[in-house]
Design a protein around this ligand. Sequence first.
Ligand code: COS
Length: 386
Amino acid sequence: MDFELSPEQKEIQALTRDFVRAEVEPHAAEWDREHYFPREVFGRLAQLGLMGVCVPEEYGGAGADFLSYMLVLEELSRGDAGVGVTVAVHTSAVTLPLLRFGTDEQRTRFVPPLAHGELIGAFALTEAEAGSDAGALRTSATREGDGWRISGAKQFISTAEYAGTFLLFARTDQDTPGARGISAFVLDARDVSVTGREEKLGLNSSTTNSISVDAVVDADRLLHEEGKGFHVAMATLDGGRIGIAAQAVGIAQAAYDVAREYAKERHAFGRPIVSFQAIQHKLADMATEIDAARLLVHRAAWLKQNDQPHTEAGAKAKLFASEMARRQTGEAIQILGGYGYTKEFPVERYYRDAKITEIYEGTSEIQRLVIARSILGLQEPALTQS
Ligand code: COS
């Protein structure tokens, strides 16, 4: 067992950290306040090879491993969680499933523009009445000519208004309810209409849209086998959840950094508050829990990049890291006291941003369900049996 990052991993981590310090962190408060999507940042990330960091070089990526990509997501999210999620969805939820499930022709056609950052990816699974119960989706795909007519509406789609490529899930077998009649499709921006933008608690530098679709696409837009779309979605989320866990670690690390420095500077009762055991214990808990979450992320990433089962490990990483980030960003506010509750310091933003990590790419309740099924060897759907 080796806990040391490789020279290449350290290099990618340092490259991202430097970039974030110079070009992300200084603007994050303003982007949050203005609800500004920093499109130009993704162009710069593309120049650095970070829009396809774990994509093989032959498909236009940087050819690094999955753990390197997790390091990138942690560092980006440490500066701005909205930037982190845009890269996470683009890579984990669009580029990687296209690589894994695409034909040679689909891989060659769709992956390089994403890996080069010329196009941004969006993942369109969720609908108004199909969130945790993703298998309840109603968007339909029916055969028309040689292709498919896809009709329906999707909700809570990250980055949809800036995306060029959509991985969209639709029901191809109208007679089969639930997970089995679903297929995955690759759509272009022209196939999709953006119908709304959510006002959110946080993550304001990323956009969250509702979309509608009524388009005819060629047969070669079907990804993987007809009727196997739910497998594509679940396998995609297995990897995506590790990335959200890395995002949560980055947010918590940022909150810890601010709280620790503040505690050294701030005086009360005639001495720095860091000299009080109450504050020391908070910082000790933060450091310990961040470490534990990061180790869960790295283990899950290691399993994934070594082609080993990682559903359970990824769910554990996301469950623990996201709840830890919500808890510890709250503790950071507590250390800063009244100042922590103001916009003068970034910890209130970290607290707002951390909350979503317990919800998207599967709520904590879904992660517990996935973990329970795995450790108990349950094969059957636990939700629909009673
Ligand atoms: N990888 C590959 N295939 C998987 C899988 C995985 N991790 N998990 C389940 N599947 C397959 C099953 O093997 C089953 O295949 P068959 O139909 O061939 O038997 C199929 O998918 C249906 O699985 P299951 O019966 O477990 O589906 P459920 O409807 O019970 O749903 C949960 C399972 C709840 C785990 C799933 O719906 C889920 O993850 N929901 C959360 C969705 C989510 O994260 N949404 C966020 C969207 S992105 S912001």
